[in-house]
Write a protein that binds this ligand. Structure first.
Ligand code: DSN
Length: 414
């Protein structure tokens, strides 16, 4: 009687698999796995548990995952040139919660990027930080809205003595002022956490700032935005052993028990791909984003941060209020096979969150499918035809996309 429901689900999964390969995905928080990283998912590990650390588990039968996890940790430490890594958080938000639970207590002042300033939901009152304190203060922004105003931030730090500052965000065009804030944080014993979810692959590829070397205590991140997947979380740090022990307990048992072993195996494969191809992929991703920004701008789109070359990451922000706002423009583009998300722009009021002025674009997935500057120009021309000229481009988008089906920067894709 219920089998029909299963067939229905299977049909929908096939439909999703096919449809997404016909679209241009510009969601800045997503990426695709290589075939080899994807093939190991769904193995026997999907059924198993392995709480704790390799060699010190609470279950029997973990020898094989212990071997894979130990090697992965060793190689991640070398990739990020850091002392400690925890691969057990199963998402970026859970990595954040593992850390926030250790460092933030009731009444502590915490400084974060505001939502219109690009901050992630887990940094805010309604997210993870809000579980521990309600004293959450936004960083003041510089006039352009895409940078923290360092001078005013230092004044606020002196006035408010925060316990923790959280750098990094979801609308993330430019490096954060880690170096600039390092000395005041050291002097006032403030913990500097860097949420690198969006830029982890760019950091790994050596094409973005290196937060730990610039003075951050910790990096938290998800592993599937500019990094090559799978969908998980990670914590990286150079702190001393005693402090790391406290963080370790935040990850387990603080915020997860079993840590989803089949995606861990996939992360290991993706990490070796990042080690081999990350530098070239990260360089091309940023070049693509900048080129797309310039091309859209020359076509008349209000691409933000023009005076700074539009971006230094995989992302762009575009003000689309003349096309009905972020919600309407994003829906219209989706109906034409181009997927992205609406986004608040700096200084917009929070009540505009359901139809903000902006959209956010990320080029990392299309870069992974082998696209370069020439393809960015074609993507920009679809935007122009669709939004400025009011043409339907869905069929053209689909035809164009059929030429880019293979995942590059991997051992199976070339
Ligand atoms: N909300 C996601 C993003 O798109 O940036 C991150 O969790």
């Amino acid at each position: 009687m219920y089998e029909r429901n299963i067939t229905h689900i299977e049909r929908h999964v096939k439909k999703q698999n096919h449809w997404r390969l016909c679209t241009l995905n510009l969601i800045a928080s997503e990426n695709v796995l290589s075939d080899r990283a994807r093939e190991v998912m769904g193995s026997d590990f999907i059924h198993r548990y392995a709480e704790g650390h390799p060699g010190e588990r609470y279950y029997q039968g973990t020898e094989i995952i212990d071997e894979i996890e130990s090697r992965l940790k060793k190689h991640l430490k070398s990739l990020f040139n850091c002392r400690h890594v925890d691969v057990r958080p199963i998402s970026g938000t859970i990595a954040n919660d593992a850390i926030f639970s250790r460092y933030i207590g009731a009444g502590d002042v915490v400084m974060v990027n505001s939502t219109p300033g690009g901050g992630h939901i887990s940094h805010h009152r309604v997210g993870s930080v809000g579980k521990y304190t309600s004293n959450i203060v936004n960083f003041p922004l510089s006039k352009d809205g895409f940078h923290i105003d360092v001078e005013r931030t230092c004044d606020l730090i002196r006035a408010l003595s925060p316990r923790v500052i959280i750098l990094g965000k979801s609308l993330f065009l430019f490096p954060e002022p880690v170096e600039e804030l390092e000395s005041i944080c050291r002097e006032k014993k403030i913990i500097m956490i860097y949420d690198g979810a969006h830029v982890l692959g760019l950091i790994a590829g050596g094409q973005f700032q290196n937060p730990l070397k610039e003075g951050a205590h910790l990096i938290t991140a998800s592993t599937h935005k500019t990094y090559f997947g799978s969908q998980r979380g990670i914590i990286l740090s150079d702190v001393g052993e005693n402090e790391w022990r406290k963080i370790d307990k935040g990850a387990f048992p603080g915020s997860s028990s079993n840590h989803h072993l089949d995606t861990l195996v996939s992360l290991a494969i993706a990490t070796y791909e990042m080690m081999e191809f990350g530098r070239e992929y990260a360089r091309q991703t940023i070049a693509n984003a900048r080129h797309l920004g310039k091309t859209l701008y020359n076509m008349g789109f209000k691409v933000q941060a023009e005076e700074f070359g539009f971006t230094e990451s995989h992302q762009l922000a575009v003000n689309v209020s003349e096309f009905g706002g972020g919600d309407e423009a994003a829906r219209h583009l989706k109906d034409n096979g181009i997927i992205l998300n609406m986004n608040l722009l700096p200084f917009e009021p929070l009540d505009k969150v359901s139809n903000p002025a902006g959209v956010r674009l990320g080029v990392q997935e299309m870069t992974r499918f082998g696209m370069k500057e020439a393809e960015m120009e074609i993507i920009a021309s679809f935007f122009k035809k669709c939004l400025i000229e009011g043409q339907y481009v869905g069929d053209e988008v689909e035809e164009f996309r059929t030429g880019y089906q293979k995942v590059h920067y991997s051992f199976d894709g070339g």
